[in-house]
Design a protein around this ligand. Structure first.
Ligand code: 5RP
Length: 251
């Protein structure tokens, strides 16, 4: 396996050129090393988390893990886990989760995250917030100085009812950061709909938000807002795969 064996070599003579997907898989496999038999696991969503779920399925099949219960963060992950034979449950039955593994869109030096560009931020925040340990898996392109700033978008899940009203409230709340609020579109020119039947507004900001906690509270106070994609002070560990190897940052 090209991607994994690259990291079995202590000092490769030349760094290997790995694709972004290979780096994602390396981070995911490393995270699965934290999984022990008998654990209740939060199963993340996205192209990085998919590798972790595949690996957990593989280890179960090989009998190297036993008695795992998975709590999926999206319908898509639920389907994947079911197809791999991973036993599933939910937060009602398991309000405390041993370990969650998930990707992220951005990670800052304090391990604050932006998540939700895949659209699953609400379930992810509920499940990962209920986890004793939350391991984030990324390739190095996800590391930023400030989350939600100049790079991509900060997703906010809102109710469909009068969504323009809520999107405008969000835009004007974040106006000081040079903000544009765009309704996320799905297929056939229709709005993207989350697993919870809601819409997503992607907030494109030109400036860093400064006090993230204050911005988070202000967004959550707006009627019509369900949740946002800033995951502040939630990650316990971030595993970062890059061309030169894997770095593990603990809180
Ligand atoms: C989904 C998420 C994903 O974890 C995030 O978008 C990263 O995705 P990927 O691993 O595909 O880069 O938050 O809501």
């Amino acid at each position: 396996d090209k991607a994994l064996s690259a990291f079995d070599v202590a000092s490769p003579p030349h760094p290997m050129i790995l694709t972004q997907d290979e780096l994602k898989r390396i981070a995911a496999y490393k995270a699965v090393e934290f999984v022990e038999s008998g654990m209740v696991l939060g199963l993340g969503t996205g192209s990085t988390a998919k590798h972790a779920v595949d690996r957990i399925g593989e280890l179960l099949r090989q009998g190297k893990l036993e008695n795992i219960v998975g709590i999926p963060t999206s319908k898509k992950t639920q389907e994947q886990a079911l197809s791999l034979g991973i036993p599933l449950s939910d937060l009602d039955a398991h309000p405390v989760i041993d370990l969650s593994i998930d990707g992220a869109d951005e990670v800052d030096p304090y391990l604050n995250l932006v998540k939700g560009r895949g659209g699953s931020l609400l379930r992810e925040k509920m499940i990962e917030g209920a986890s004793k340990k939350f391991v984030v898996i990324v390739d190095e392109s996800k590391m930023v100085k400030h989350i939600g700033g100049s790079k991509l978008a900060l997703p906010v899940e809102i109710v469909p009812f009068c969504w323009k009203f809520t999107a405008e409230k969000l835009r004007s709340l974040l106006e000081g950061y040079g903000c544009e609020a765009n309704l996320r579109m799905g297929e056939k020119g229709k709005p993207f709909v989350t697993d919870n039947g809601n819409y997503i507004v992607d907030m494109h900001l030109e400036e860093d938000m400064g006090d993230l906690g204050a911005v988070s509270d202000a967004i959550l106070r707006l009627p019509g807002v369900v949740e946002h994609g800033m995951f502040l002070d939630m990650a316990s560990t971030v595993i970062i795969a890059g061309e030169l190897g894997v770095k593990i940052k603990n809180k």
